[in-house]
Design a protein around this ligand. Structure first.
Ligand code: HEM
Ligand code: HEM
Length: 191
């Protein structure tokens, strides 16, 4: 599989970013929703630190992914009605915004709450605020939670669309986001 995108498929780099970020985001959702209910123990502190470190990793990966996306050619959409091209474009932009805004809101909340921040205990990450900011703390936490549920909604539509392309329209949209050199195209060439 080529590393770069072609006219008919996503390359290795774009696919790695896509699936790695997808796995990390799902793990983050599960960790985030579980950790807030943990009792005040050293485990809670460790799980919070893990959540923040993975979240910052997602932010860095999302920035790199965006840079790669903006400098690469993009596979052509299969023939479909104009509204579907637009819907795909809008939902993909929304997903990019969310994978950036979600970790940013977490970082902002952490800063406004004046909590320390270290990436996996090795790199000190600076605060985005000048110390404690109670108003910003409230709003950034609300944003963090609301953005998460918007992401879950957008992701549900995204996955449904991918499955619809694969099983109903029977085109290459899902196949071209999956690794497999020898995979046969359903509608044309898939290189
Ligand atoms: C991909 C990125 C992220 C996702 C999907 C995510 C998701 C979540 C979720 C689902 C919760 C539970 C919300 C609730 O029901 O109360 C949560 C809480 C939290 N997140 Fe994140 N998060 C991400 C990144 C970050 C980052 C980068 C930080 C900080 C640097 C962070 C800090 C926090 C904190 C401190 C809480 C607990 C808030 C509280 O005390 O209620 N998150 N996150
Ligand atoms: C948090 C999880 C996910 C996020 C944030 C996400 C985000 C995105 C984004 C932004 C794109 C557009 C690619 C670009 O223009 O650079 C994309 C494409 C794609 N995603 Fe996801 N995705 C996620 C999970 C999934 C899952 C679970 C599936 C499969 C069931 C999936 C299937 C696809 C497919 C098939 C494409 C290619 C669409 C095309 O070729 O036009 N994604 N994804």
């Amino acid at each position: 599989m080529p590393l770069r995108n072609t006219d008919t498929r996503w390359g290795g780099v774009a696919q790695t970013f896509h699936w790695l970020i997808a796995i990390l985001i799902l793990a983050q959702g599960a960790i985030g929703l579980t950790m807030v209910d943990l009792g005040m123990t050293p485990t809670k502190v460790k799980v919070f630190a893990l959540h923040k470190s993975i979240g910052l990793t997602v932010l860095a990966l999302a920035l790199l992914r965006l840079a790669w996306r903006l400098t690469q050619r993009v596979p052509r959409d299969p023939p479909m009605p104009r509204w579907q091209h637009i819907a795909a474009r809008v939902s993909h932009v929304l997903l990019y915004v969310l994978i950036l805004a979600l970790p940013l809101s977490g970082w902002l909340f952490n800063s406004a709450a004046n909590f320390p921040l270290e990436w996996f205990g090795v790199v000190h990450v600076p605060s985005l605020t000048q110390g404690l900011d109670p108003t910003l703390k409230t709003w950034s936490l609300r944003a963090h939670v609301v953005l998460f549920w918007i992401l879950i909604g957008a992701l549900t539509v995204h996955v449904a669309a991918a499955l619809w392309h694969h099983f109903v329209r029977r085109d290459d949209v899902l196949l071209r986001m999956l690794p497999d050199e020898g995979r046969k195209s359903r509608t044309g060439v898939l290189r």
